[in-house]
Design a protein around this ligand. Sequence first.
Ligand code: NCD
Ligand code: ZN
Length: 342
Amino acid sequence: MITLQNPLDMHIHLREGEILKSVLAFSAKYFSACLAMPNLKIPLTDTNKVLNYKKEIQSLANSLNCDDFTPIMSMYINESLTKDELIKAKKAGIKILKLYPKGATTGSENGVEEILDQKTLEIFEIAENFDFILSIHGETNGFSLDREFEFGEIFKQIAINFPKLKIIMEHLSDRRSIDLLHKYNNLFATITLHHITMSLDDVLGKGLNPHHFCKPILKTPKDRNALLELALSGDEKVSFGSDSAPHLQSNKLKQNGAAGIFSAPILLPKLCEIFEKYNKLDNLQKFISDNAMKIYDLKNIPNKKITLIKETSRIQDSIKIDNDCIIPFLANEELSWKIKEN
Ligand code: NCD
Ligand code: ZN
């Protein structure tokens, strides 16, 4: 048995409308807070959009009896973001700015074309002065397996030029990013469940598996192992961010298969399984909560304790949505840990 204090998921796609209704409970019941990503169909590029989305999440969480769940909000950066809008956001309690390179992933069509452009540098400067946290999807549009590595140079430039700005390297996937993370004091990172458990072979090694297709793409076993080791170590620069990203099965299977893995239903049991396997259960609390509390300076999160027990259960095969469905990560497989319901 293990009891986790205030589990946090610092990178999640909760979506909106029907999908939000179907997926929110997996997070709101078992996590104290989640950092909701802003790449909705209409991206959350201003304060009002972010606050409306927050209301949608909160009222749904309340209807699920999860009043103790806190959605942490982020705002989507595009070139037309102004200083006034940033000040307004800050006053409204929005602390995180999300940067997507244009075209890098799902919902990044309105992202930034030239990251080190004058306009973006001005936004970074305001972000630094107003104590925002800059969360970055760090991929170039180069060769798939080198995209994160190539983006390293941009992380480096931002880290050096804005030394007081906290920068989050989201969903690390390449072991070469780890050196960079440790080189600059103002770089931090999130790590997903899928990048510490799978490699590219799980996407295309035995027939194409669209449910394991995500951005950044899964890489080599060496990358997976290095990231696993980093997560298990409880390194204080690293928080857990699932990057759970539900897509309707129909969108996963059509010609331009949608990128994203829906891991929300299994996160805590699976993490217990992994940390137990490597004899590191003592470090799970840091990875799942303590590190993020410090990095994101989280306060006023209602106290929540989640207990997990060693008991097997089977992961559901799908979640129905109208005539369609969402297939969860590891559908139909067995878990050896289970959340103890109150
Ligand atoms: C995410 C999504 O579907 O919104 N997809 C993904 O593959 N991770 C976007 C993202 O975080 O890259
Ligand atoms: Zn994401």
